[in-house]
Design a protein around this ligand. Sequence first.
Ligand code: NAD
Ligand code: WQD
Length: 344
Amino acid sequence: MHILVTGGAGYIGSHTCVELLNDGYEVIVVDNLSNSSEESLKRVETITGKQIDFHKVDLLDRESLNAVFNTTSIQAVIHFAGLKAVGESISIPLSYYHNNVTGTLILCEIMKSHNVKNMVFSSSATVYGEPKSVPIKEDFPVSAANPYGRSKLMIEDILRDLFVSDNRFNIALLRYFNPVGAHPGGSIGEDPNDIPNNLLPYISQVAVGKLPELSVFGGDYPTPDGTGIRDYIHVMDLAKGHIKALSKLESAPGIVTYNLGTGQGYSVLEMVEAFEKASGKKIPYKIIDRRQGDIAACYADPSLAKIELNWSAEQTMATFVRPPTGHGFFRNTKIRYSAGYIIS
Ligand code: NAD
Ligand code: WQD
């Protein structure tokens, strides 16, 4: 079975390619490499001993994307490609809408014209906005607080409308909580170019002395220690969720929506403490004002995915913030990983 993976060179995409190849799928990747490098795909090939059919193509380039569909018979698309930085989306909203929404429209039009009707889409827990309670279920109201989140909501709506117009489409909307970690070999992982926006990559850069200290955004939330609570889900578990979603599409379910999270929330200070224990490094931090747009607590009720996909997260915080599991050369820098995070 041939699967087209858009954004397959990126963080979650590359880990999903590993699982796909290990499960015997043929993998075609399109990625414009705007936030990734072809090196990650080479490493996926090394990890799996299998080949990826890679095309450096931008989803906005209709002709080149169409050419990919012309040359291969594709049975399903896993659609990761998109821009994902919340703060940046506020500064350059038009680029975000154009890239994420227009890119998806073009992809869907080409899928339709080639009679490819199965799609797994990377949505996000961000579509729940400020939830009325936790844990969050799939039928909670949706809203968005920034252009990135709105682009995800718009795409969800577009895909729902697409299904209404043609019920031969089968679409899984996967709402990820907070992806963390890396393949246990340590050769692929999260590798932000700039100062990280997300908590764990930030902590890891403090651990190696690249950044002086962590700013904890808010110590006065209505949570046990006053810091924000999130549902950190290991990227290998996420990757497996995509394989389960692909299998689900084979049973022609129509459009389905699943939370991919662990169901367990941890505070910022709990994450810092766990990282310190695992790495043996002190993580200096100071508590500063809340970050605009942040919420107190966000964690999933993942029971629907358990029931309908037979998927649940296997890794816990204890396994994804653990002592080094691998060595690797990443972007020409020799680094040591703690489950994907640089610690020395
Ligand atoms: P990533 O940036 O590592 O991967 C996205 C990939 O898409 C990159 O390789 C990038 O080069 C590519 N891309 C972007 N625009 C493209 C375009 N127009 N044409 C072709 N390729 C393009 O991000 P990720 O963390 O792997 O996220 C994957 C998906 O999951 C994204 O859609 C993201 O919004 C979503 N998501 C991510 C998180 C998270 O915290 N990482 C959480 C929820 C949802
Ligand atoms: C986690 C916790 C911060 C950094 C974001 C997107 C969301 C989704 C996942 C794509 C919060 C605190 C963080 C720091 C801190 N992405 N924090 N200091 O905000 O839950 O979700 O990534 O869909 O859309 O918004 O993740 O890792 O940024 O923050 O104190 O330097 O860590 O306040 O409580 P977030 P995060």
